[in-house]
Design a binder for this molecule. Structure first.
Ligand SMILES: Cc1cc2nc3c(=O)[nH]c(=O)nc-3n(C[C@H](O)[C@H](O)[C@H](O)COP(=O)(O)OP(=O)(O)OC[C@H]3O[C@@H](n4cnc5c(N)ncnc54)[C@H](O)[C@@H]3O)c2cc1C
Length: 400
């Protein structure tokens, strides 16, 4: 029998971060990744904020480009430009990034099993057993605890009785050749991306990632956007390969159990505003490793003990995720006509400029910024119609 202290399902950023943290302090860690290549089939734009890059020492060799500015497009086609002198975010090569995280964990002695799909997990009082399929053969591994970091859409949490991500959008993205585009563009319109938004993110000279989220049929909406960008002369060819992924909007109802924790997209730890999940997944991976370190020290892997993981990540992210989810729902209720009116008010009153200098401005934390923005829109609160909750309507009253 192959014995480990910690078994980790999935070699994405969340899984590799836990692997690194626990291998570094001497535990025997096994990481199982279903694809032969780490970062295979990734559908991700790779934008991370400066705070994330600095906190997690993202290697400069993984960074394709810095982002200092963006054009935010209203459904009318008009745009607001936001810009800062210093880099606000970095666009990383996701394959290189995921691989660099895995190499760091391997250097700390974590063992990686590639092309190894975890098919079955059984948890008993004294151990976790996983069945892993590699090249058609099944092998069994035993561990003290299992970390489920298997990403969006994984059935493992539900098979372990931890529920399912029920709130999500579907994403589609491709890489295109561009003409004369050198800053990020974001498109707000339910015609273009119903229930989310669309983006064009330059990665290297003459190439960009174009993508969107939508409640359904994201590929069809992306094809429409590509032909629009083609006819506007922004991209060279709209006949490209599209990749698909999912974006959780709300976390799992429970992210721990006896001898198990769930981390990253599998736990729904992504931003409901932008869909960015790398940073929050890494933060939660650190909470998970801290709690597991204590459990391994004391040989206590009970559900009660591991509940501390959820307590910690919710203390850091709970309010943020709830406020962002509120912002997502509010936006989704607004018609394109209302979005245009709000854009006009923001532009005509330079609200975007004042938000850029607000103490709440942060690429990674949007909750307070959303509330600050709504307060600044107080005098025009009627623009939101009946969609602003009564308590917020009244708190905005008299702000003019
Ligand atoms: C269109 C789109 C654009 C995005 N853009 C951004 C962005 O710009 N910035 C950002 O921060 N986030 C972005 N995200 C989200 C980001 O991709 C995820 O939040 C991030 O990848 C989550 O990391 P993770 O480690 O939790 O899961 P993943 O990166 O999904 O890794 C999970 C791993 O588990 C493996 N796995 C699954 N099941 C098994 C199994 N049974 N056995 C073995 N291995 C298994 C998978 O193969 C995968 O390698 C985007 C998402 C989409 C869909």
């Amino acid at each position: 029998m192959n014995e480990y202290d910690v078994l980790i399902v999935g070699a994405g950023p969340a899984g590799s971060r836990v692997a690194y943290r626990l291998a570094e302090v001497g535990y025997r860690v096994g990481v199982f990744e279903k694809y032969q290549q780490i970062g295979n089939k990734l559908c991700c734009t790779g934008i991370i904020g400066r705070e994330c890059a600095e906190l997690f020492n993202v290697e400069s060799s993984c960074v394709l480009r810095e982002a200092k500015s963006a054009k935010l497009f209203a459904p009318s086609g008009e745009f607001i430009r936001v810009s800062k002198d210093e880099a606000q975010a970095y666009i990383v090569d996701r394959i290189a990034f995921d691989q660099s995280m895995a190499i760091k964990a391997q250097n700390a002695s974590a063992e990686y099993f590639l092309g190894s799909k975890v098919e079955n997990i059984s948890i008993s009082n004294d151990a976790v057993l996983i069945d892993v399929v590699h090249d058609g053969d099944t092998a069994r591994y035993r561990g003290k605890v299992v970390v489920v970091a298997s990403g969006f859409g994984s059935q493992i949490p539900s098979e372990l009785g931890l529920g399912q991500i029920k709130n999500y959008v579907l994403g589609a993205q491709c890489e295109v050749e561009t003409k004369g585009i050198d800053e990020v563009e974001v498109y707000f319109s339910h015609q273009i991306a119903p229930g989310f938004f669309a983006w064009l993110v330059p990665i290297t000279d003459g190439r960009a990632r174009v993508g969107l989220g939508a409640k359904e049929k994201p590929g069809e909406y992306l094809k429409k956007l590509l032909s629009q960008l083609d006819s506007e002369g922004k991209i060279v060819d709209s006949n490209v390969t599209i990749q698909y992924g999912g974006i959780p909007l709300k976390p799992l109802s429970r992210t721990y159990g006896d001898r198990v924790v769930v981390v990253g997209d599998a736990a729904g730890q992504a931003k409901p505003t932008t869909g960015g999940g790398i940073y929050f997944g890494l933060l939660c991976a650190d909470f998970a490793s801290d709690v597991l370190h204590q459990s391994l020290n004391t040989n206590n892997f009970s559900r009660r003990r591991l509940a501390r993981y959820e307590k910690l990540w919710k203390a850091k992210l709970g309010r943020e995720l709830r406020t962002e989810y509120f912002a997502r729902r509010l936006y989704n209720r607004l018609s394109d006509k209302r979005i245009i009116s709000i854009f006009n008010v923001v532009r005509d009153n330079n609200i975007h400029e004042s938000l850029l200098t607000s103490s709440y401005r942060s690429f990674d934390w949007h909750g307070e910024l959303v509330l600050d923005g709504l307060k600044r829109l107080g005098p025009w609160r009627d623009l939101f119609g009946k969609y602003l909750p009564a308590y917020l309507m009244s708190s905005l009253k008299g702000k003019s």
